[in-house]
Write a protein that binds this ligand. Sequence first.
Ligand code: SAH
Length: 337
Amino acid sequence: MVLLGQSAAELKAWVEAQGQPGYRGQQLHQWLYQKGARSLQEITVFPKQWRDALANVEIGRSQVRYRHDAQDGTVKLLLTLADGETIETVGIPTGDRLTVCVSSQVGCPMACDFCATGKGGYRRNLASHEIIDQVLTIQSEMGRRVSHVVFMGMGEPLLNLKAVLQAVTCLNRDIGIGQRHITISTVGIPQQIQRLAEYRLQITLAVSLHAPNQALREQLIPSAKHYPLNQLIADCRAYVQQTGRRVTFEYTVLAEVNDRPQHAEELAQLLRGFQSHVNLIPYNPIAEAAYQRPSAQRLRHFLSQLQALGVTASIRRSRGLDRQAACGQLRQAQLSA
Ligand code: SAH
């Protein structure tokens, strides 16, 4: 059993099964989630003899393999997992917020054409403790509490729904991050948006749209072939109905590819009457793709076209751009170095 991810009640039962008094469960909970203990040896309130006996118990923490501090305060980490796999996680400070961008898989099978992670192939799903660990590790590396979590690192969270939901439960219950401060970002997996809706969570759902019509979307996102755009939008509308939460659409802007006047019009048509928000993300160039980042002026022009057509939209400021900012880029640079 891995300790990270267990509730106070489960930890209490676990210490009692070891013949220890129940209050040590509460201590263990505090050391794991508040103090960020990386091993049971560190938990000095526990008797030395017991700690020694627990030497083989797995807490579930990773090792920091590499840290990069960007000029704007963004911290990118490469973490080594117990089986030697490597993932990226990013801490983004903005004012009194600290947002962690977590990975949900090692690599990603979706193969989106402009995404460095997608180009790197897929290894495996993360376990829930490997997601929780990313938040605790950013917290200790940056020396402050995490306020927001976005599932926008490596991987497709809706292909790993069970572990993602377990992690969300723990982040909320044990680490104290409000569900409304947690965003799950998906490219859309058939049936999975409905499944997520059934949990009636207060989290934010972000859907990576990137194109206003099926043909262009299939070019950018191979898996879109199996999930028609109209069905995806219908599932998003149903999600809003069921959960009472708004949906955000992410739109990575690729100059001349998906940011022409025609695309603004198609997007406005597609989202007509839908209470949603479009986040425009300027493309971060990656070596493996030939797309261009739109100029600030071009981006603003696309935004104002959308707004004039009645679409609620904004531009997401790029962070940590001075080095390997795009999803999956840092890992690739490090693994091939
Ligand atoms: N698989 C999920 C979450 C991970 S990616 C999803 O697709 O939503 C998080 C966001 O970053 C997605 O919207 C993705 O399309 C975007 N992204 C990936 N590579 C990018 C790049 N090079 N430039 C800009 N945005 C990128």
